[in-house]
Write a protein that binds this ligand. Structure first.
Ligand SMILES: [Zn+2]
Length: 526
């Protein structure tokens, strides 16, 4: 999101960013490790490479590295006698009956800002409680220095947080508007010098986009783009991919590349981009204006994107409310885990970004359901033809709360047609590849960093088990229970009790409720 920033004059960006900073995370009190040897015993491994589950295995970790994944016998049989031995000073965790997955990558993880009123600790703990061990912050909305400082503290495990990659919003910190290719290149070089991991674009004039993307790539950095409507008529996803962009965010710019009987979206005469009901309602009719699935032009665009090794980061979940507002608003976790200030930000407003519920009902929702159908068809086929699709949440907007919205993203990939194992691969290895980090993370393999998710239920059977609140499960004795919720999140060999992290979040929410006397109410019901 963060379209407001895009709309501001580049020269003003720096001060806006400074104003929007949120409190940094406190020093780490949570987690155990890393230790000389840690053995995850008897677990079933669901790896991120498309392989089927295998178990029981013992995953051996030394300090922050996986050193071995060893067979621990046959399913349902007594433990094999020649299992990996525990060394002195080591520790083992019995994970029989549990499942281990690589740590999740959130490719679109805004750390939050003043508008949401969410301290970094709140956001990080929600992410870690949902198994997210790496995030790409697309914009570095709290400022590049702020984000790089948090990145460093996270890398040193001084805070409880995922690994952080900072993709600076293009033009951030520029002293004057960038109007030439030479200025764009200079900004790109300066961004790299400052230590950013990449750039987040929102679109600009073609010669600026072309110069900036190419220069950034030449320097070995990566990039992503939300092709906002203000620039998309001249520069769409295909233009970006040809210049060497790494990933497209959301979906804007893709229907435009697929137009055959028009060159701009069918905007009504009274459309105003700054009126978000206009913006999002009309966007819901956009895919219908593009070439139909499997038509010649549709195939041609897809095949060119595939040939360019382009990554799609759809962030399906962030528009989920558009097709079922009640469901998103009433999600069961809001009560206990959505901070009052965040809830306030979600409420209908002509000013908050992503709160365009002026008059949102049946017509808008039905249009968006059709929009999703066409969009999902493209994304699923892209995956089937070998294309890379990743998982990004864009949470902290539109009733999607950090962590929970990420799991919803997994469900929506499943809905698009992904096999659950393809969903897990999108969430792990594909993200690692798109970040250029697949030598270090993305699968559970000897030599890689020890980033893992451990859960007491099989997520392939029901991805909802991964929600912090788990999934409803009725026992044989007719008792209503909950199944799942991540049990341990391991990052860099440090074991975090995921449920404890979630309890910390609830405590933060409770404290805020007490302080403000706030009670969750549905809009307009007071
Ligand atoms: Zn965003």
């Amino acid at each position: 999101m963060t379209n407001r920033i895009f709309l501001s004059l580049l020269a003003c960006l720096y001060s806006i960013v400074l104003l929007a900073q949120i409190p940094k995370a406190p020093d780490r009190k949570e987690g155990e490790g890393p230790i000389s040897q840690l053995i995850i015993r008897g677990v079933t491994l669901i790896n991120g490479n498309g392989a089927p589950p295998i178990g029981p295995v013992d995953i051996v970790i030394e300090k922050n590295r996986i050193v071995r994944v060893a067979s621990a016998g046959s399913p349902g049989m007594p433990a094999s006698p020649n299992r990996v031995q525990l060394k002195e000073g080591g520790k083992e965790i019995n994970c029989e009956g549990m499942y281990a997955l690589p740590g999740f990558v959130d490719m679109h993880g805004h750390i939050g800002g003043r508008a949401q009123g969410t301290p970094a600790e709140y956001v990080y703990k929600l992410w870690m409680a949902h198994g997210i061990t790496t995030i790409r912050d697309p914009s570095a909305g709290n400022g590049l220095d702020w984000t790089l400082e948090e990145k460093k503290r996270s890398a040193e495990n001084k805070i409880t947080a995922p690994r952080i990659l900072a993709y600076t919003s293009f033009g951030m910190g520029a002293k004057q508007p960038i109007t030439t290719a030479a200025q764009a290149e200079e900004w790109v070089r300066e961004n790299a010098r400052k230590g950013a991991d990449g750039i987040k674009f929102f679109g600009a004039a073609p010669e600026i986009m072309d110069a900036a993307i190419r220069e950034n790539k030449k320097l070995g950095l990566r990039s992503c783009c939300h092709h906002a409507q203000m620039s998309v008529a001249r520069w769409n996803v295909l233009s970006s991919a040809r210049a060497g962009l790494t990933s497209m965010e959301h979906w804007y710019g893709l229907p435009e590349a697929l137009f055959t009987d028009r060159t701009v979206q069918h905007y009504p005469a009274d459309y105003n981009y700054n009126n978000e009901q206009h913006r999002f309602e009309e966007a819901g009719k956009l895919w219908k204006q593009a070439a139909p699935p499997h038509s010649d032009h549709w195939n041609k665009v897809m095949n060119e994107l595939l040939a360019l090794d382009f990554t799609l980061d759809p962030t399906f979940n962030i528009y989920d409310a558009n097709r079922d507002l009640h469901k998103a608003r009433r999600a069961e976790w809001h009560e206990e885990y959505t901070l009052p200030s965040l809830w306030k930000f979600y409420e209908p407003s002509r000013e908050s970004h992503g709160s365009y519920w002026f008059n949102w009902g049946t017509e808008q929702e039905i249009a968006w359901k059709e929009n999703y159908r066409l969009w999902m068809t493209f994304v699923n086929e892209y995956k089937n033809r070998g294309g890379r699709v990743t998982t990004g949440s864009d949470n902290g907007f539109i009733y999607q709360t950090y962590g929970f919205g990420y799991i919803r993203e997994l469900e929506l990939l499943r809905e698009a047609g992904f096999h659950p194992l393809e969903v897990i691969r999108a969430a792990t290895l594909n993200g690692a590849q798109a970040l250029g980090m697949d030598k270090e993370i993305g699968t559970v393999e000897a030599g890689k960093l020890a980033d893992l998710v451990i859960i007491d239920a099989n997520p392939l059977e029901n991805l909802q088990y991964l929600y912090g609140t788990g999934a409803v499960y009725l026992t044989d004795k007719n008792e209503i229970t909950r199944k799942g919720g991540v049990k341990y999140t391991i990052k860099d060999g440090i074991v975090y009790d995921a449920k404890k992290l979630l309890a910390d979040v609830k405590q933060m929410v409770d404290a805020e409720k007490k302080k403000t006397g706030w009670k969750l109410m549905q809009p307009g019901m007071h």
